[in-house]
Design a protein around this ligand. Structure first.
Ligand SMILES: Cc1cc2nc3c(=O)[nH]c(=O)nc-3n(C[C@H](O)[C@H](O)[C@H](O)COP(=O)(O)OP(=O)(O)OC[C@H]3O[C@@H](n4cnc5c(N)ncnc54)[C@H](O)[C@@H]3O)c2cc1C
Length: 384
């Protein structure tokens, strides 16, 4: 590769990197290069995601990111020029322990303050929305009809195609091996194919963002954690597809319709940080047990396929968005803690605004990198 220079280098062509690149180009800023070591964009965590999109979070900043993202998913065809089915069948959260009820009520209030029509549900109302759910142990629920799910790969393809058409350059099979810096300012990146000079670099490397941090000697606290899910063969009796994304808050198991069957997933809270993406079949069985407890008709279903991928988890389950104070021109957009697909549209728009004017339309102060140094973290409660 002959020596390259550009205005912005984005490390990582996942849903976050492609969204930032698209939003920069759409705002007229086209001198952008996205670098990814894979053969195609979107082969990292984005290709493993379940596609859930929701506004029901426990922190105001996450609710704001979701609200903006849902608006942008709804207008995706108009803005990006690609039609992607967004199944807005709602997210149903289920509580089975008395101590969860005050949290559910508090979060509904928080979300309603942002003009989201989220409802607190009594058990009978849960049964009306989700007749397939075992109700005996259900104490309460919450529901937001504009939540739902969609194909992460389709959104990514939209951002990639539209960004490329606007002039964004993608360098694939190109590994970032170092970051160039001089006197506290970034100067570009070193790659497996040569150097790229740039005054601004954005780290959108997903679960590998901590590794990029090591290259600049600054801790980017993003832990890679294996997460797994499976899809059943089609279920034609007893279920009217598509069902809402159904989350058992107590056990953590979540399910939604997928290809005529059910996709079910669960976070193993004991999973140590690592880049292991092998499927653990014993854990898939555990997911199946919990899914069958909540949705008994799954007892007669057959598992078609399962997979594992990486969450990119920060200590407070909020992303890091913004410039590093220690290295001018170096920005981070990572650590979405399993919510990177649903927060990608807002992240792309806000990071583009930050890079172009320094004034994003949502205050990103709560997501600054330095919060980990300052302590007093605001934990997100609605993580699955
Ligand atoms: C099982 C599972 C289910 C999930 N379900 C959901 C869900 O329902 N909803 C949701 O919103 N999110 C979900 N997620 C999380 C979601 O997948 C991530 O939050 C999101 O994909 C993060 O996007 P990203 O672009 O930051 O990372 P990635 O998609 O991982 O992209 C990062 C890119 O950086 C590249 N890269 C890294 N290091 C280098 C380097 N040194 N040089 C060059 N390239 C590099 C990688 O190749 C990769 O393509 C799920 C994740 C898993 C594993």
């Amino acid at each position: 590769m002959a020596e390259l220079s550009c205005d912005v280098v984005i490390i990582g062509g996942g849903i976050i990197g492609t969204s930032i690149a698209f939003h920069l180009a759409r705002a007229g800023h086209r001198d952008v290069v996205v670098v990814d070591r894979e053969i195609n964009p979107g082969m990292g965590s984005t290709s493993k995601a379940a596609g859930g999109i929701r506004a029901q979070f426990g922190s105001d900043i996450n609710v704001q990111l979701s609200k903006l993202s849902i608006e942008l998913f709804e207008s995706f065809e108009r803005d990006v020029g690609v039609s992607v089915p967004f199944h807005q069948v709602g997210y149903l959260w289920i509580a089975t322990r008395p101590e969860e009820i005050p949290l559910f009520r508090r979060n509904v209030e928080l979300q309603r303050r942002r003009d989201l029509d989220v409802r607190f549900l009594e058990p009978a109302e849960v049964g009306q929305i989700a007749p397939y759910v075992r109700l005996e142990d259900v104490l309460a629920g919450t529901f937001h009809a504009r939540d739902g799910y969609a194909s992460p790969a389709d959104y990514l393809t939209g951002y990639h195609r539209a960004g490329t058409a606007l002039g964004v350059r993608y360098l694939m099979q190109c590994e970032i091996t170092g970051v160039l810096a001089r006197r506290g300012e970034v100067a570009g990146v070193r790659t497996s194919r040569g150097e790229i000079r740039a005054p601004r670099v954005v780290c959108a490397a997903g679960a590998y963002s901590g590794k990029i941090g090591e290259m600049i000697g600054i801790e980017i606290p993003v832990a890679p954690l294996r997460r797994q899910c499976f899809v059943t063969e089609p279920i034609t009796e007893g279920l009217r597809h598509p069902i809402p994304m159904t989350v058992d808050y107590t056990s953590g198991v979540y399910l939604h319709s997928e290809s005529g069957g059910i996709l079910a997933g669960l976070a193993d809270k004991n999973e140590p940080p690592s880049f292991n993406q092998n499927v653990d079949y014993a854990f898939i069985e555990r997911i199946a047990e919990l899914a069958m407890h909540r949705v008994p008709l799954l007892e007669s279903a057959t598992i078609k396929t399962g997979w594992a991928g990486l969450y990119e988890v920060t200590p407070d389950h909020h992303p890091i968005l913004g410039e590093l104070p220690e290295l001018r021109g170096f920005y981070v957009a990572a650590g979405f803690s399993g919510h990177g697909v649903m927060h990608a549209p807002a992240t792309g728009k806000l990071m583009a605004e930050l890079l172009l004017s320094g004034r994003p339309s949502i205050d990103l102060h709560p997501l600054r990198w330095s919060r980990f140094r300052e302590g007093n973290l605001n934990q997100e409660t609605h993580v699955i």
